[in-house]
Design a protein around this ligand. Sequence first.
Ligand SMILES: [Zn+2]
Ligand SMILES: [Zn+2]
Length: 302
Amino acid sequence: MCKEYRRKYNAVNRFDPTRTLTIRDKYSQDFDRRYKKLIKSVRGTIFDNHALQIRLNQAVFIPGSSPDMMATSFGQWLLEESDEIVGGIERDAQGNVIAAEGWQDKYIIAIILSAMRQSDADLRKAGVRIPIKSEMDYLNDPMVRNLINEFRAINYNAIAGVNLDMSSQAAEALRDAIADGYRRGLTIAEIEQNAFDAVEDRINKIGRTRSEIIARTETIESHSETKLDNYARNGVLSVGAIIEMEFVTAGDDRVCFQCIALEGRTFSIFEARGIIPVHPRCRCTWIIIKIARPAALSRTAA
Ligand SMILES: [Zn+2]
Ligand SMILES: [Zn+2]
């Protein structure tokens, strides 16, 4: 029965076992849109406002305009700008997130509700009597509320960390570009261009790359842990993994061996904690293998 269900489930959802691809795509695109806005702001600051105040031949004499000092103040500016535009967060002097605008919430809530609906459906199939619930029912459930708060904090802290790394590396790259420009006797326009290119590169390689991983991996973790919480609350004793099947590309059948190694194995709910995501961009999820007798549970499962 269970095997049969799993085969059917895999046949339908083999590329997207959690069925959350649309949410992850949208979350990732939202980050990307914000990073593009950030790059536009950097462009305006460097080229239109000449905020770096590069003065040829005077750089070492004017207090505040050495490459080091420029880099420090630029890095601080970039951090504040990226926290505002990309993260929607505010942090205290220690770098801790103290407030969030919360644009990420709709994705986080959608992921958790998806996991609750899927795990409730799995539980019903396994014989646990669980009523059909509305979105409001889910949002009023204290377990769901705690999960939302927990995953909001994880997402905000993750983007705060990305912005911090990105800004400090962008500041270093900017300092090197300016110092190099002075050494080689470049014009102000050339130095500004090189400084901008160096910063844009860090925004793309750190900000955009790592935020995409947040959107695609933290979500899978939230989804997986939410399902395990709901299973645990309803007497599920053990789970197996529904593994992702890799996309087949022009004669090139890429298989993820790390995830395939999970197939056919059984984990207690306790052991299953923290296994998924197996790696960044993992798409796997859990399915019920063994449950305490449903008849005995139905009284408490509502
Ligand atoms: Zn994998
Ligand atoms: Zn996986």
